[in-house]
Structures are given as C-alpha cells and as structure tokens.
Design a binder for this molecule. Structure first.
Ligand code: HEM
Length: 283
C-alpha cells in the first residue's frame, strides 16, 4: 500500500496563463496548490499555430516544481498520453544548479527505465522517431520555504520537445492527437503528472541506472483543453531552444550508475489498449 496515494490523486490542477518574463512565452499552465513543502506542481505548454487542424509532433513546455527544502529537492514529470504504463514519460530534477531530464518508459506500475532501452536508441523507427529534448532555460532556487512563500524552493525547466506526441517501444506504439477529431466539440489531450519529495540518489546518471522512488508528492491525470494552447509565435520561440539537456553533463559510466536498484517486481508485458482504458480518468 502506498501511503497517501489516494489523497495525492485527488489534487486538482487549476488552469492559468503563465508568461515567462525572459522569453515572453505565455504558457497555458496547469498547477497544484503548494503548501509547506508539498505540492506546487506546474506544467504549461504551447503548440504550433496549426495544431488544431494538423496533429502537432512537438511542443514547448515548462515544468516548475516545488522542493521541500534545499536538500530535499525532488523530481517531477509528465506522462504524454496520461498513463504511467506504456506512455512516453519525461522526468526532471535539480542537480548542480541545473535541471536534469530523462525520457522513461515502463510497461506496468514499476520504476520506469530509460526510454528506448539500455542505450535509449532502441525501438524507434522512421514512423516513430525518437523524442528529442532541447533546453531554453533552467532555474533552481534553494531559498527556504516560509509560510509566506511556500514555493520559494523550486526547480524550473523550459524546453522544446520534438517527436513527443507519438512513441514506440518494443511492440507497443501510440500517437496522441492534437487536431480536432471528428465528432469532438474540442481538442483535449489526456496528460498525467507526478511529483516526488526526494530526488534521485545518483542525479548525474540520466540513463538506465538512475535511482529514484515513488511520486509521493502527488500524481494523476487531467484533460488539457488545447483550444487556447496554440501560439502564432511558436516557430520563433523554437529558436531559443539552444542548450543540450543536462548541459551534456550526465555521467552514465560512473560506478554509481551501474549499481541498479532491484525492481520491486518482475516487469510485466505492456498492457493491451483495452486494459489501459480501464485506468480511471478524473477531470
Ligand atoms: C519508482 C518509480 C515509480 C513508481 C514505483 C510508480 C508507481 C506508480 C503506481 C503504483 C501508480 C498507480 C497508483 C494508483 O493507482 O493509485 C502510479 C501512477 C502514476 N504514475 Fe508512477 N511510479 C513511478 C514513477 C513515475 C514516473 C517517473 C512518472 C512520470 C514521469 C509517473 C507517472 C505516473 C502517473 C501520471 C500516474 C497516474 C496515471 C496512471 O495511473 O497511469 N510515475 N505510479
């Protein structure tokens, strides 16, 4: 039994517009309330201007997540199709004054491995090219949380995510649609979010050996309406994504990266589409 999971899943994400002062990108943002070092998960994104007519293959996103304090930094992330199993997962965490990232994948509710297998390059094809993340900016604040400002300790990354709305791993593949589908009144993406109090124990290891725990600070799914998420300035903003992820500083050959934590149970097969539909969706 995972303590606190029911309460965490009941957290409601509220919709707002957040404008990044340095770039002017006005993200459509969904966030949880933060208090006393818990909660305060924010994810916002913008899409290419024609994303409601033609399925987008990419987005510009912002994750901003609260840390409990300067040493309990945490990790947070999203599931690009709403489910933890079988979806393209992106997790991020602060390390060395920067925000590190890793695409992950898992067939069931166990610790996700590196997307694409041991090397991160397997399972992609011409129809499903590998996801590519490039960084616009990162920020880490380790100021102490106070009652007046419960989210002053946080980490933030603004990034471009290419090939992130469809993915393939092994025999499984999935595409989510940003374009309005026949019969639908509006375009809504089901997304998932997760946040953990404790950061990875070997944070320089962005690959398969990354050690991290359950999202004990909240998780769930929500329906992200795309009606107000497209931007005419999208193309110009993509030019700001000039940094390589992790500042090129991941160290997956270090001894600490080779000592993988034993999985909590043997991973099971990727669930069928029908089985995955049984996951409860609240929004
Ligand atoms: C050690 C790592 C992890 C473990 C043990 C774990 C475990 C679990 C479990 C047991 C659930 C179901 C809880 C319930 O039904 O109440 C769940 C849900 C979820 N997890 Fe994870 N998780 C891990 C990492 C991640 C990561 C890295 C992400 C995303 C970046 C993620 C995203 C989600 C989401 C969005 C849900 C809710 C949607 C769903 O049920 O599919 N998880 N996780």
């Amino acid at each position: 039994m995972l303590a606190g999971s029911a309460a965490a899943q009941d957290l409601t994400l509220s919709l707002s517009i957040y404008t990044d002062a340095k770039t002017g990108i006005n993200f459509t943002n969904w966030g949880t309330p933060g208090a006393n070092g818990a909660g305060a998960f924010n994810f916002g994104f913008v899409l290419p201007p024609d994303a409601l007519q033609k399925d987008a293959t990419e987005y510009i996103g912002r994750l901003q997540c609260q840390s409990s304090n300067a040493s309990t930094t945490g990790w947070c992330g999203i599931a690009h199709g709403g489910h933890m199993p079988s979806d393209l997962l992106l997790m991020v965490w602060p390390y060395n004054g920067h925000v590190y990232t890793s695409f992950r994948f898992v067939g069931d509710y166990f610790k996700p491995s590196l997307f694409g297998g041991e090397t991160g390059s397997n399972g992609t094809s011409a129809a499903f090219p590998a996801p590519v993340l490039s960084v616009i900016s990162t920020a880490v604040s380790t100021a102490a949380n106070t009652t007046a400002n419960a989210s002053s300790s946080f980490y933030e990354i603004i990034y471009r995510c290419q090939n992130c709305w469809s993915w393939q791993q092994g025999s499984y593949n999935e595409s989510v649609h940003t374009a309005l589908q026949p019969g639908d009144a509006e375009s809504v993406l089901v997304l998932g979010w997760a946040q953990a109090t404790k950061g990875p124990t070997n944070p320089a290891c962005t690959g398969n050996g990354l050690n991290f725990g359950f999202h004990d600070s909240g998780y769930g799914q929500w329906g992200a309406s795309l009606s107000n998420a497209t931007r005419t300035g999208y193309e110009a903003w993509t030019k700001l994504a000039t940094q390589v992820p992790n500042l090129g500083g991941s160290n997956d050959t270090a001894a600490s990266c080779q000592a993988k934590a034993a999985p909590s149970a043997a991973p099971s097969a990727v669930p069928t589409a029908a089985a995955r539909r049984t996951v409860k969706v609240d929004w």
